[in-house]
Write a protein that binds this ligand. Structure first.
Ligand code: GLC
Length: 429
């Protein structure tokens, strides 16, 4: 089995738990048309202010969020404490651009952390390196003011050193004021993205080494992602985004601890009119596929500006809850198997238990090449009903011809089990 190089942060629990909830929540929930709306529509601060002035999440109930996450089988959560718009969900002493100064009038992070801890989930903080509100953040390719004719003057006096110090001060608040934090998720670097003479940003701009040093000092076991633009070995977890790997993710030729982050509908922030919501099959298959390739899935919810998960998000979470209730043992503690799965299937493995996830239900027979004599018992995972094993030579005459002597054949019910993705549990000898 593949083993990634040891990490600085404590990834043992992370690799075991496999499934987390991402939450993108900020002022962009009000325009409700993508968390990048300020950049996409080139909205200036004065205009964007209307969302700050009307941010009043009166139905915010983090206990309900935490329950939904736990019921979905998620074991950790990563919340956008600050996204690219620069707005802070906590009562930061280094800015007024924060929840306490809006009609919400309270620190939204504290009750969040308490609620998720109470449900037994680990806590992760997303912190945006990008900041489209801070006056010291130089205008660049993604900044809302990038196309202003007076951009050079607007950039005058902006001091990246001061902004980097601001980030460290805020990260110190986050890692000292809210109890133990298990993950910090910095986002993101783009050193090569020059635009009309405006340089991109990377490690020299964020002062990434210093930032990371501070993080390691304040929270020794914390897991740090790979978006600080530092060499790969500095990161604990690699984060392919909205992308499904086909095999264990390798960086510089070596397998790494990895987590793919995905959305229900393509947008991270609440998006009222987005229609590309994934099907139940896609949702479950993404989780399976991640674990089958040795990785984690961080699945995102974008809560509304009133502080609720909308019905579409709740329905998607229910898909996970229903499936995980019966199948979580094919996920937790499992990883990529050394066996190659048959067509339209994935394997996850946990010791001597091999889980065969059947994405497309065949008629009666599923042939496992090279498995003759290797399986002691098999059952459908959701109801523990036996799946009969047809070892080579014990077939009916007409099927022998079709299968080589090393092939074990599973005899499946004709009717596909009524679960989103059926799983067969194989007990290896
Ligand atoms: C991207 C986007 C962002 C989102 C993140 C999640 O980098 O900028 O909006 O938060 O991906 O991975």
């Amino acid at each position: 089995m593949l083993t990634p190089a040891p990490t600085h942060g404590d990834t043992a629990w992370f690799i075991h738990d496999r499934f987390g909830m991402f939450i993108h929540w900020g002022l962009y929930a009000l325009p409700a048309r993508h968390e990048w709306v300020k950049s996409r529509e080139k909205i200036d601060d004065a205009t964007y202010r209307r969302y700050f002035d009307h941010f009043d999440p009166d139905l915010y109930d983090p206990a309900a969020w935490a329950r939904a996450a736990r019921e979905a089988g998620m074991k950790y959560v990563v919340l956008t404490t600050k996204h690219h718009e620069g707005f802070c969900l906590w009562d930061s002493q280094h800015t007024d651009y924060k929840a306490t100064s809006t009609p919400a009038r309270r620190d939204l992070l504290k009750p969040f952390v308490e609620a998720f801890r109470a449900e037994g989930l680990r806590i992760g903080f997303y912190y945006s390196l990008i900041d489209w509100h801070h006056p010291d953040f130089p205008i660049d390719i993604f900044h809302p003011l990038r196309d202003r004719p007076d951009v050079a003057e607007l950039n005058n006096g902006r001091d990246m050193r001061r902004y980097a110090a601001y980030m460290r001060a805020q990260v110190r608040e986050l890692l000292t004021g809210y109890g133990p934090v298990d993950i910090i998720w910095f986002d993101f670097s783009y050193p090569e993205r020059e635009y009309n003479g405006l340089p991109g940003k990377g490690r020299a701009d964020w002062e990434s080494e210093e930032l990371l040093k501070l993080v390691r000092e304040l929270a020794p076991g914390i897991i740090v992602d790979n978006r600080l633009d530092l060499p790969a070995e500095f990161a604990d977890v690699h984060t392919p985004e909205q992308f499904q790997p086909r095999a264990w993710v390798h960086v510089d030729g070596r397998p790494v601890v990895w987590e793919t982050c995905q959305t229900f509908s393509g947008s991270w922030g609440y998006h009222r009119d987005e229609t590309t919501w994934k099907s139940p099959e896609q949702l479950i298959q993404m989780l399976i596929n991640s674990v089958a390739c040795g990785g984690n899935l961080l699945m995102n919810v974008g809560p509304t500006a009133r502080g609720t998960f909308d019905n579409r998000a709740l329905a998607a979470l229910k898909v996970y809850a229903d499936w995980m209730r019966l199948h979580s043992r094919s996920i937790y503690g499992c990883t990529q198997s050394e066996f190659a799965p048959p067509p339209d299937c994935r394997f996850t493995q946990c010791g001597k238990r091999l889980y065969l996830h059947v994405f497309s239900w065949p008629f009666r027979h599923l042939h496992l090449d090279g498995f003759a004599g290797k399986v002691a018992y098999a059952q459908l995972l959701h109801d523990a009903s036996e799946i009969r094993l047809l070892e080579p030579g014990k077939h009916d005459e007409w099927s022998i011809a079709a299968t080589p002597s090393s092939t074990l054949t599973l005899e499946l019910p004709v009717i596909r089990p009524d679960v989103t993705v059926p799983v067969i549990e194989l007990f290896l000898r």
